[in-house]
Write a protein that binds this ligand. Structure first.
Ligand SMILES: [Zn+2]
Length: 468
C-alpha cells in the first residue's frame, strides 16, 4: 500500500538504520549523565545525516543538538536515551532473566524514544530539503531524564529560546496524544550533622544524625495526611551513618523526592518538608544542611498542538501489529496481574477489553484518565515553548514501566513498529506546523495565556549545576 503522506516515505526510507540505532542503544544501557556510548551513537547518526552538531549542550557531556534547514520556524524534536539501574534483562523472553546481575536496562524504552525522535528529525530534514521549504528542525538529544532533569538545565541555559514548538513521544501500552498531566518534583538531600560517641560508654555525649533522619521521615509521614491528594513525598537513605551500631552516627543523609501538581504547590510543600528537617535537627541537637539535586515542572498542555497531532495519529491509524507480535505480548501478559492490565485501561479512561494484548485503537483527545501521574523533565520544555507528545504502543497492554517486562520487549518487532510509527506521527505533526504558520501562532497564543496565569520559575536553584 502506498503511504498516504509523503513524510511517511521519508521515515520508511531510513527505517532499518534507526531500528539498528535503537537496538545498539538498548545493548549499552547507561544511566544518569553517564550515557557516553549512547550519545556517541546519536552523534554518529546526526553526522551521517548531515546535521549541524552542537555537542556538550548546556555544558552536559552527554547532551547533543543537531540542526538542519534554513530560516523559517524552528521545530524541536526531543529524544532521550538513558536507562535505569538494576533492570538488566534479556530481550525477547517472557521471563525474568538478567543479562548482568545488578546491571542497567532500558526499563522505560528510551532506546526507542531517542531513535524515533532522531528519525523524525531526519525525515523532516529530508522533506524540507526536497520541497525547498523554509524551516529548521532541531534534534535535542537529552540525557538523564530518569532523575537527572537534564532538560530543565537545557531550558535554563536558553537552548529553547528560539524554538517555535517542541514535539516528543514516549513508548507506551496504548496510542494517543499524551495528556498534559505530570507532577512537578524536586529531589533534595538533607544531611544531618551530629556528634560521634561510644554508643554504650558515653551515649550522653553523642548527637545522632541517624536519629534525625528517622525523625524527619516520621514527620514527613504525618505530613502525608495533610497534603493534596496528587502530591507525593518519597525518600531514600543516601547515607545511614555507617555500619557500626556501637558508634553514635555523626552524619547521615536522606534524599526527599517531593512531587506536586503545580510549581506553586510544590514550593509550598517543599517549605513544609524543610521545616520538618529543621524540627528533626532541633529534637536531636544536630544541624541540618540541604542540597537540591534536581527539579522538574509539571507538563503544560497545548490544545492547538494536541489537535494537530491527534489528526495525524488518526490518519496513521493504530500501529499495525501482526500475529507474532500478539503472541509474544500474550506471553508477557501471563507474567502480569489482572490489576496491571486493568490499570492500563483505567489510566486512559477506557473500559478493560478482555483478550486485547496490544493496543488496536487511538485514544481520543478528550478522555477521562485516572491516576498514574509521574514526572518528566519535558515539563520544563513545555513551560519554555509550546510542546506536544505522543504515546505510542510498543508493548503488551498492562506492561508496567520500569520493570523487566518493559526491557524484555525493548527490541521486539512490536517495539520497532511502534518506534517507526512514532517517528511518522512526530514528523507529520512537524510538517503540518511548518506548512501552516497559523497553527504555530495559535500554539504560541495558548502558551502565552498559560504563562500569563502562572509565570514560570525554574525549579532548580541558580547555583545548582548538572551533576556531571
Ligand atoms: Zn521514560
Amino acid at each position: 500500500m502506498k503511504n498516504a503522506d509523503p513524510i511517511w516515505d521519508h521515515v520508511d526510507r531510513h527505517r532499518d538504520d534507526f531500528i539498528a540505532l535503537s537496538d545498539r542503544v538498548f545493548d549499552t544501557p547507561e544511566t544518569l549523565y553517564a550515557e557516553y556510548k549512547s550519545v556517541a551513537e546519536h552523534v554518529q547518526m546526526l553526522r551521517a545525516q548531515g546535521f549541524k552538531i552542537t555537542e556538550n549542550a548546556a555544558g552536559i557531556p552527554t547532551a547533543v543538538i543537531g540542526e538542519a534547514g534554513d530560516e523559517g520556524p524552528v521545530i524541536a524534536i526531543l529524544g532521550e536515551f538513558d536507562a535505569l539501574p538494576y533492570l538488566s534483562q534479556a530481550p525477547g523472553v517472557a521471563e525474568h532473566q538478567p543479562l548482568e546481575e545488578g546491571g542497567n536496562g532500558h526499563g522505560c524504552g528510551h532506546n526507542l524514544l531517542g531513535a524515533a525522535a532522531l528519525l523524525a528529525a531526519t525525515a523532516v530534514k529530508d522533506w524540507l530539503a526536497e520541497n525547498g521549504i523554509k524551516g529548521r528542525v532541531r534534534y535535542y538529544g537529552c540525557p538523564a531524564e530518569e532523575g537527572g532533569a537534564a532538560k530543565t538545565y537545557m531550558v535554563r541555559e536558553g537552548l529553547f529560546d528560539d524554538v517555535d514548538a517542541a514535539i516528543s513521544w514516549h513508548p507506551a501500552t496504548f496510542t494517543g496524544v499524551n495528556e498534559a498531566r505530570s507532577l512537578a518534583n524536586t529531589r533534595i538531600d538533607f544531611t544531618f550533622h551530629g556528634k560521634a560517641a561510644h554508643a554504650a560508654g558515653a551515649p550522653e555525649l553523642g548527637r545522632s544524625a541517624l536519629d534525625a533522619v528517622e525523625l524527619m521521615n516520621i514527620g514527613v509521614n504525618y505530613l502525608r495526611e495533610h497534603m493534596p491528594d496528587s502530591a507525593r513525598v518519597h525518600y531514600a537513605y543516601l547515607d545511614a551513618g555507617g555500619v557500626a551500631p556501637n558508634v553514635v552516627q555523626a552524619k547521615a543523609t536522606v534524599r526527599q523526592l517531593v512531587r506536586a501538581s503545580s510549581l506553586p504547590d510544590l514550593a509550598d510543600l517543599v517549605t513544609r518538608v524543610r521545616k520538618i528537617a529543621d524540627g528533626a535537627a532541633l529534637m536531636t541537637g544536630t544541624q541540618v544542611t540541604s542540597q537540591v539535586f534536581s527539579g522538574v515542572s509539571n507538563l503544560l498542555g497545548n490544545r492547538p498542538l494536541e489537535e494537530t497531532m491527534q489528526h495525524e495519529l488518526e490518519k496513521l491509524g493504530p500501529v499495525a501489529f501482526d500475529e507474532s507480535d500478539l503472541s509474544f505480548a500474550r506471553e508477557i501478559q501471563t507474567t502480569l496481574t489482572t490489576a496491571d492490565i486493568n490499570t492500563t485501561f483505567k489510566r486512559i479512561g477506557a473500559k478493560p477489553k478482555k483478550d486485547l494484548a496490544l493496543c488496536d485503537f487511538i485514544a481520543p483527545l478528550d478522555r477521562h484518565s485516572d491516576g498514574g501521574e509521574g514526572s518528566t523533565d519535558v515539563g520544563d520544555v513545555s513551560w519554555a515553548v509550546p510542546t506536544v507528545q505522543a504515546r505510542v504502543a510498543t508493548c503488551a497492554i498492562g506492561t508496567p514501566f520500569h520493570t523487566w517486562q518493559t526491557v524484555a520487549q525493548g527490541k521486539a518487532p512490536a517495539a520497532h513498529k511502534g518506534m517507526i510509527y512514532a517517528a511518522k506521527a512526530m514528523a507529520a505533526t512537524a510538517c503540518r506546523l511548518v506548512e501552516d504558520p497559523s497553527r504555530i501562532d495559535a500554539a504560541r497564543a495558548t502558551h502565552q495565556d498559560h504563562l500569563g496565569e502562572t509565570p514560570y520559575t525554574c525549579p532548580i536553584p541558580a547555583d545548582v549545576r548538572p551533576p556531571v
